[in-house]
Ligand binder design. Structure first.
Ligand code: BDR
Ligand code: CA
Length: 345
């Protein structure tokens, strides 16, 4: 198989290289529910911002892996850790009837591997913070067509923004979503992936509101194993609060991922959310197909299942680029080098 080529093109799909060909200074809203792998993705983004490749214009936290107050505090602490505490932070819109329980068993009772007390104090005030949907609306109105939203939690904030201000999501340059499972089983139910299952109505709202979606599903993110050896490699490059945090979080997540059978017995943990960052900055590591993605919101057994029509017919209502293959070595090598850069004293 060749990335960017057509040698492995399946019969009924025209796989293409990621349409982005050059790296530019990208304005980013990071919508997230930290969450261990969210924290890694946020550190990666901060490294890219430190390198002058990304402009992080807001972080909008979401309820999901843990409650909205904890995801807000965690994001604030991780921003302080990486040196980006000045970035605006939104508090998550509450979900009335989430389909899933939180994921504290995977991410720790605090959502941060039970080590959030070792982090710098949160610099943002939850009580005074603007809601994430309002922040998304403000930023998209301020920079129409310029902002990439990286959404790596349940899609509640994005759906709420679209409900309040119909058409707003079309003002994003693109919406890059970690979520869904297409040709592999789900990770919460047989069919559904966590971010989509937590709030399927929100996912449906987003999928039906725009055609500028990029989707990084479990099909590729379950291949992204961050290993204890990688954490050791980072530790050997510099030793400070940041590398210690990475190492401790890796230890917790590795144990939890093994206990809950996330990694097929391999030692390490899945950095699902990093795939969204990779799409923007290392697009050569991913292969996509164009599709009209939809989500099941009614099914007794299939609630939260994402799917697309695989028949050999014109994709006239396509809304998404869906990643179905990944160069995992290339992606993880880039993650490692960028995290080391952030950790340098
Ligand atoms: C997704 O679910 C969450 O637990 C992770 O942070 C990731 O965004 C993977 O299914
Ligand atoms: Ca997440």
């Amino acid at each position: 198989m060749r990335f960017g080529g057509r040698e492995s093109t399946p019969q009924n799909f025209r796989k293409i290289q990621n349409p982005k060909s050059k790296i530019e200074m990208t304005k980013i809203i990071f919508d997230t529910d930290p969450g261990g792998d969210d924290a890694f993705a946020l550190l990666w983004l901060q490294s890219l911002a430190k390198q002058g490749k990304a402009e992080l214009i807001a972080v909008t936290t979401a309820e999901g892996n843990i409650n909205s107050k904890s995801t807000f505090i965690n994001a604030s602490k991780v921003l302080s850790l990486g040196g980006f505490e000045q970035v605006e932070l939104g508090r998550g819109v509450t979900v009335k009837n989430p389909q899933a329980a939180d994921a504290a068993h995977i991410h720790g009772m605090d959502g941060m591997g039970n080590i959030s007390n070792n982090l710098p104090a949160a610099k943002h005030d939850f009580e005074k913070a603007v809601y994430s949907d309002d922040l998304i609306i403000d930023k998209l109105n301020a920079y129409p067509g310029e902002v990439s939203i990286l959404a790596v939690g349940p899609l509640t904030n994005l759906a709420a923004a679209e409900t309040k201000s119909p058409g707003i999501l079309e003002k994003a340059k693109e919406i890059v979503i970690m979520g869904g499972a297409f040709k592999v089983p789900g990770n919460v139910t047989t069919h559904a992936e966590f971010n989509i299952f937590y709030n399927p109505e929100a996912a449906e709202k987003v999928f039906s509101s725009c055609n500028n979606l990029v989707i990084l599903p479990l099909d590729i993110t379950e291949k992204l194993l961050f290993t204890p050896e990688m954490a050791e490699d980072i530790m050997s490059s510099s030793q400070n609060h940041l590398t210690q945090f990475i190492s401790d979080l890796c230890d917790f997540m590795t144990e939890a991922n093994l206990r809950y059978r996330q990694t097929r017995g391999f030692k390490g943990f899945l950095v699902h959310d990093g795939a969204a960052v990779a799409y923007l900055f290392y697009p050569e590591t991913l292969l996509f197909c164009r599709a009209k993605v939809d989500v099941e919101t009614q099914g007794k057994h299939t609630l939260g299942k994402t799917f697309f029509d695989e028949r050999f017919i014109a994709k006239k209502d396509a809304n998404s680029w869906v990643a179905l293959e990944v160069d995992k070595e290339g992606l993880l090598a880039s993650l490692l080098e960028d995290i080391k850069f952030l950790c340098m004293d």
